[in-house]
Write a protein that binds this ligand. Structure first.
Ligand code: ADP
Length: 301
């Protein structure tokens, strides 16, 4: 029912007291290696919420690639369209200055996932065409997004992360856009992220995006800006966040889950805020993603 077209990475996370200056060497206080990547995170997040999920992407013919694929299989994902590439598995080096991260990514095999990658695989074409919701991010080439908008018959959701100025001729074919405020500024070609809610809404309107937009605002929640109608702020849930990694990813997956349950966008965003809040109370990326029954029915806003 949900297909994710996106990245699969091996995350190498170093816990640091501070981010080193240019040219400086510092010691980490911890090391953690685990499967991640926005695509994989969003796919597993949706599966843990009880959805049938197919993943379209690529990993290297290496230990990291095999480990990630095995993990996705263990999570119940359909990995028929996860290809083995001649490039090494994508790698993310994460400097974790709790609770925030600074990240450097080497795309590796994810760079293979372009328009022809999707078009040349029957299983991928089918997974995109048949899905009720297709979720995309920007850790694979923009061509993968073009293929999705051409093939998809269901609802298409673009999380334009990391910040990439996705051209309007690709972007505008998506049904729902889910940027954070920095990604929104990049899409808008603005020098600075919008500060107030009014600034966020004005910047969204400036995009003239024909679909609906949900801007995530970290601990400030999110704002739903429908294609027609008034913007609705959705509060974050108050929790003690220890690691915000994958908060945005679980938000996007839960938004898709809520829409599939027949919720409107505001209802889906409220559900997504609860799921993402639980994610921030747990350490790590994939391992922090909650099962549906682990999301409390009532949480303080
Ligand atoms: P990204 O990680 O993509 O930058 P955000 O930081 O905007 O995304 O987080 C996505 C969503 O996760 C937010 O809209 C909010 O609902 C939830 N969230 C993020 N940080 C917190 C936090 N500290 N407390 C509660 N909820 C949070």
């Amino acid at each position: 029912e949900i297909t994710v077209v996106g990245s699969l990475n091996m995350d190498v996370r170093l816990t640091v007291d501070r981010i080193p200056r240019s040219g400086e060497t510092i010691s980490a206080t911890g090391l953690k290696r685990s499967p991640g990547g926005k695509g994989a995170n969003q796919a597993v997040a949706a599966a843990r919420l009880g959805r049938r999920v197919a993943m379209v992407g690529a990993v290297g013919d290496d230990d990291a690639g095999r480990e990630i694929t095995a993990r996705l299989v263990a999570e119940g994902l359909d990995v028929t369209s996860v290809a083995s590439s001649e490039q090494p598995t994508g790698t993310a080096v994460i400097l974790w200055e709790q609770p925030e991260s600074t990240i450097v990514i080497e795309a590796g095999a994810n760079g293979d996932v372009d328009e022809s990658f999707v078009d040349s695989r029957d299983s991928a074409v089918r997974a995109v065409t048949d899905a009720q919701v297709v979720l995309c991010q920007c850790e694979t080439p923009l061509g993968s997004l073009a293929a999705v908008t051409r093939l998809a018959t269901g609802t298409t959701i673009l999380n334009p992360a990391p910040a990439v100025p996705v051209p309007a001729e690709i972007r505008d074919w998506f049904d729902v856009l889910v940027p954070n405020r920095f990604e929104l500024a990049t899409l808008a070609g603005a020098g600075e992220a919008p500060a107030s809610l009014a600034d966020v809404v004005a910047m969204v309107r400036g995009l003239a995006f024909p679909g609906d937009v949900v801007v995530t605002l970290g601990a400030d929640g999110s704002v739903v800006v429908p294609r027609d109608g008034l913007p609705t702020p959705v509060p974050a849930v108050r929790v003690d966040a220890i690691d915000t990694t994958a908060a945005g990813d679980s938000f996007c997956a839960a938004l898709a889950d809520g829409l599939l349950r027949g919720e409107d966008l505001v209802g889906a965003a409220r559900w997504a805020a609860r799921v993402a809040a639980v994610t921030t109370t747990r350490d790590g990326a994939i391992e922090s993603l909650p099962l549906a029954h682990e999301v409390p029915a009532a949480l303080p806003e």
